[in-house]
Design a protein around this ligand. Structure first.
Ligand code: C2E
Ligand code: MG
Ligand code: MG
Ligand code: MG
Length: 279
């Protein structure tokens, strides 16, 4: 009987939505305390130069260890943090933590930090970056900020101005997840980037088609004509890596080269040397 009553179905559906909303609100409330309770950590994923196999640097990737639910991936809580503005203090924590860490590494290793659209709109980002660099002593050239097209589309005018100010600091800007946005070519035309990262969806096994290869080649050609390097994301096999080498892709990132791991793991494996400290 319930099945034949559409109204009852609607109510049932809405009850489900309420439940989901409650969970989201509870999670958002927990997230509010996450920084203070040391539940946030950074993992670092290696970025490798394809032709030499050498390490260029690392991308910082945020992790939240929830006291009851365990590790929650960034894709599940960053949208929440963007909705309620918590991404501003969280993003600042990520930037400061990553820069403080990278300042202890032997140059010229670089650190890449992801930025959210909301940080672009709310925060006085260039000033925050300037302060963090001054505090940590990290050379601006060793910091790269990763933006997606959605970051930029939130407010194009403001984004142009922000990007100009950030690049004036000597910090570089990478266009992340390239190929998944709505208007990639227009974005490339209007903004200046220091690097393009091809989204990992182009390298999953189902993507291995002639069309995908043609797009990868076209992006590499774009990078060459702009005079900027291209990073391939989500590289999981040697076949992909040798293809990238043959096609002249400068950099790669992916499970083949290294999973995102804690800094202790990286140090233990001898993949990074720390500058001698005075202590
Ligand atoms: P992203 O910046 O494109 O980061 C790459 C994502 O791909 C990471 O997922 C990484 O673990 C995953 N990945 C790397 N290599 C491979 C591979 O070979 N195969 C597969 N299947 N996946 C691979 P993660 O850490 O879950 O992060 C997801 C997204 O969350 C990031 O995508 C980024 O957009 C966002 N994010 C992470 N940390 C931060 C942060 O501190 N701030 C902001 N605003 N966003 C962040
Ligand atoms: Mg990224
Ligand atoms: Mg990406
Ligand atoms: Mg992504």
């Amino acid at each position: 009987r319930a099945k034949s009553n559409p109204l009852q179905r609607v109510c049932f559906y809405e009850a489900g939505m309420d439940e989901r909303n409650r969970e989201r609100r509870a999670l958002a409330a927990d997230l509010r305390d996450a920084i203070g309770r040391n539940q946030l950590t950074l993992h670092y994923q290696v970025q490798t130069i394809v032709s030499t196999g050498r390490i260029r640097g690392y991308e910082a990737l945020l992790r939240w260890t929830h006291p009851k639910m365990g590790e929650i991936p960034p894709g599940d809580f960053i949208p929440l943090a963007e909705e309620n503005g918590l991404i501003v203090p969280i993003g600042e924590w990520v930037l400061r933590t990553a820069c403080r860490e990278a300042a202890t590494w032997e140059p010229p290793y670089t650190i890449a930090v992801n930025l959210s659209a909301v940080q672009f709109v709310i925060a006085d980002l260039p000033e925050v970056i300037r302060t963090v660099l001054a505090e940590t002593g990290l050379a601006p050239a060793r910091l790269e900020l990763e933006l997606t097209e959605s970051t930029i589309f939130a407010d194009r005018e403001r984004s142009l101005e922000m990007l100009r100010q950030i690049r004036d600091l000597g910090v570089s800007i990478a266009l992340d997840d390239f190929g998944t946005g709505y208007s990639s070519l227009d974005t490339l035309r209007s903004f200046t980037f220091d690097r393009i990262k091809i989204d990992r969806s182009f390298f999953c096994s189902q993507a291995a088609t002639a069309q995908t290869m043609a797009i990868i080649r076209a992006v590499l050609a774009l990078g060459r004509s702009f005079g900027i390097p291209v990073t391939a994301e989500g590289i999981e096999t040697y076949d992909q890596l040798s293809m990238l080498n043959a096609e002249g892709c400068q950099e790669a990132q992916g499970f083949l080269l290294g999973h995102p791991v804690t800094i202790d793991d990286i140090i233990r494996r001898g993949q990074i040397a720390r500058v001698a400290s005075e202590a």
